[in-house]
Design a protein around this ligand. Structure first.
Ligand code: GDP
Length: 446
C-alpha cells in the first residue's frame, strides 16, 4: 500500500548508508528528500515539516552507535518517528470499547467510503474473534438498496440484521435497534448511518440526532484511504461535529499514496483503528503502527540491526560500570545514571511493581511522601554540580554546596540527604564488589 513512499525513501537511505561518515549537511540533504517523498505521498505539509524537524533534532543530538553507519542510524530515527506520528499515545489502537452490553457502535462517513462493507467486516471480526453477539442495523433511509446490502452481507457472515421497516426515520431505527439488542441479549449493536457524496449540514444533523439517542461507545469514521488529504479533511469535519473515537482507513490494498495514514493522527488527534485491505469480508486488519511504519520504510533489517547494536552498547556500558563499582569507584555521575535508570523504568512505582513482595514497602514510601519528584530533584542537584565535583564528591564543601543547591532551586538540606545516599550506595557497591571477587567465601571461612 505504501510502495511509492517506501521506494522513494529507500532510495534516499541507500545513498546515505553507502557512505562511511555522515555530516550534518548529508543529513539535511537526505531529510530534504524525505520531505519531498512525504509530500508526494500526500502527507500534509505541516505534518511533513514537523516530521523532518523532529528527525533532524534527534539525529543531530545523537552520538552514532558503534558498529552501525550513521545512515543506518538515521533510518532507525526516521522509523521511530514514523511510529510516533502514526500511533500518538494510543497503546492498543485496534481495541474497541464493547463492554456493558448492548454496546452501540456508530458507523459514520461519506457515501462510497466503504462504510457498509466495513460494518459487516467488523461485525464478523467481533463475532469470530471476540465471541460477541452482534446486531447490525442500516439507517440509510434514502437508499433502500443500502439497507438490502447490509441484510445480504449479514446473511453471508451469519450476523443478524434489524428487520427493515419502510418509512421509519433514522432516529427511530436507532431506538428500535437498541430495544431489540437489549431484548435479544446482543453484546453489540452497530448502526450503519447514511452517507452523502460530500459533507452537508443535513447529513451532520441526522448523524448528530442518531448519536444523541444511541450514545455510542465507539463512533468510527470510515474513510477511503485513497483520497489522501480529502480523507483527512473529512475526518476533521466529522470529529468536530460528531466527535469520533477512531478511524477506519479503507482501500489500503490499492496502490494509493498512503499519506492519509500519516496525516490522520497528527491532524485529527484520532487514532486509526483498522485498515481495510480489500473487498472480501475478512480483509480488515487492526492498525499496527510498528508494522505500517515498517512497510512505509521497507527497511526492517536496518532497524533491527541498529536496535541490536544499541542493546549491545548498553550491556557493555553496564559491565564497565560494574567493574568500576567493584573497585569502589562510585561518583555522582554514576548516581545520576542510576537515578535516571529508575525514572526510565517507570519511577519508584514501576520498579516496586516489578519486585515481588514490595507492596508493603510501597505503602511505607507513599506514607513518607517518596515519589518520582524526589528522583527528579536529586537529578537536578547533580546537574547543578561541575564536572570535577561530580567526579570527586569529596570536593563538596559548604560554599560549593550552597551554590549547587541554589542552582537547582533547592535547599542545602536536600543536597546533604543526596550526599548521604551517595556515601551509603558507594559503601554498598564496594562491599558487593569484594563479595564478587570471592570475598564472600573468605568472609565465611574466617
Ligand atoms: P458505503 O457507501 O460507504 O457504505 O460503501 P460500501 O461499503 O458500499 O463500499 C463501496 C465499495 O468499496 C464496495 O464495492 C466495496 O466492496 C469497496 N470496498 C470497501 N472497502 C474496501 C477496501 O478496503 N478495499 C477495497 N479494494 N475495496 C473496498
Amino acid at each position: 500500500m505504501f510502495e511509492n513512499l517506501s521506494e522513494r525513501l529507500s532510495g534516499v537511505f541507500d545513498r546515505l548508508t553507502k557512505q562511511g561518515a555522515l555530516s550534518e549537511d548529508d543529513v539535511k540533504t537526505a531529510l530534504r528528500e524525505v520531505r519531498v517523498a512525504l509530500l508526494e505521498a500526500d502527507v500534509s505539509l505541516p505534518v511533513a515539516r514537523d516530521f523532518v524537524k523532529a528527525v533532524q533534532e534527534k539525529a543531530t543530538g545523537q552520538a552514532v552507535t558503534k558498529s552501525v553507519t550513521p545512515g543506518q542510524q538515521v533510518v532507525k530515527i526516521v522509523h521511530d518517528e514514523l511510529v510516533h506520528v502514526l500511533a500518538g499515545d494510543t497503546e492498543n489502537p485496534g481495541e474497541l470499547k464493547v463492554d456493558n452490553p448492548p454496546a452501540p457502535i456508530l458507523m459514520v462517513g461519506l457515501q462510497g467510503g466503504g462504510k457498509t462493507t466495513t460494518t459487516a467486516k467488523l461485525a464478523k471480526r467481533l463475532t469470530a474473534k471476540n465471541g460477541k453477539r452482534v446486531l447490525m442495523a442500516s439507517l440509510d433511509v434514502n437508499r433502500p438498496a443500502a439497507m438490502e446490502q447490509l441484510a445480504i452481507l449479514g446473511t453471508q457472515i451469519g450476523v443478524d440484521t434489524l428487520p427493515i421497516v419502510p418509512g421509519q426515520k433514522p432516529v427511530d431505527i436507532a431506538k428500535r435497534a437498541k430495544q431489540q439488542a437489549t431484548l435479544g441479549g446482543y453484546d453489540v449493536y452497530m448502526l450503519d448511518t447514511a452517507g452523502r457524496l460530500s459533507i452537508d449540514d443535513e447529513l451532520m444533523a441526522e448523524v448528530e440526532a442518531v448519536r444523541d439517542v444511541a450514545t455510542p461507545r465507539e463512533t468510527l469514521l470510515v474513510v477511503d484511504g485513497l483520497t489522501g488529504q480529502d480523507a483527512v479533511h473529512t475526518a476533521e469535519n466529522f470529529d468536530q461535529r460528531i466527535g469520533i473515537t477512531g478511524v477506519v482507513l479503507t482501500r489500503m490494498d490499492g496502490d494509493g499514496r498512503g499519506g492519509a495514514a500519516l496525516s490522520m493522527r497528527a491532524v485529527t488527534g484520532q487514532p486509526i483503528k483498522y485498515v481495510g485491505l480489500g473487498e472480501k469480508l475478512d480483509a480488515l486488519e487492526e492498525f499496527h503502527p510498528e508494522r505500517v511504519a515498517g512497510r512505509i520504510l521497507g527497511m526492517g533489517d536496518i532497524v533491527s540491526l541498529v536496535e541490536k547494536a544499541q542493546e549491545t552498547i548498553e550491556a557493555e556500558q553496564a559491565e564497565r560500570m560494574m567493574k568500576r563499582f567493584q573497585k569502589g569507584q562510585f561518583n555522582m555521575n554514576d548516581l545520576k545514571s542510576q537515578l535516571e535508570q529508575m525514572l526510565k523504568m517507570g519511577g519508584m512505582e514501576g520498579m516496586m511493581g516489578m519486585l515481588p513482595g514490595m507492596g508493603k514497602m510501597q505503602k511505607q514510601m507513599d506514607a513518607a511522601g517518596f515519589d518520582d519528584s524526589i528522583l527528579r530533584r536529586q537529578i537536578a542537584l547533580i546537574q547543578s554540580m561541575t564536572k570535577r565535583e561530580r567526579a570527586n564528591p569529596q570536593l563538596l564543601q559548604a560554599s560549593r554546596k550552597k551554590r549547587i543547591a541554589k542552582g537547582a532551586g533547592l535547599e542545602v538540606s536536600e543536597l546533604n540527604k543526596l550526599m548521604k545516599m551517595h556515601r551509603q550506595m558507594a559503601d554498598m557497591m564496594k562491599k558487593m564488589g569484594k563479595m564478587g571477587k570471592g570475598g564472600m567465601l573468605k568472609q565465611a571461612m574466617k
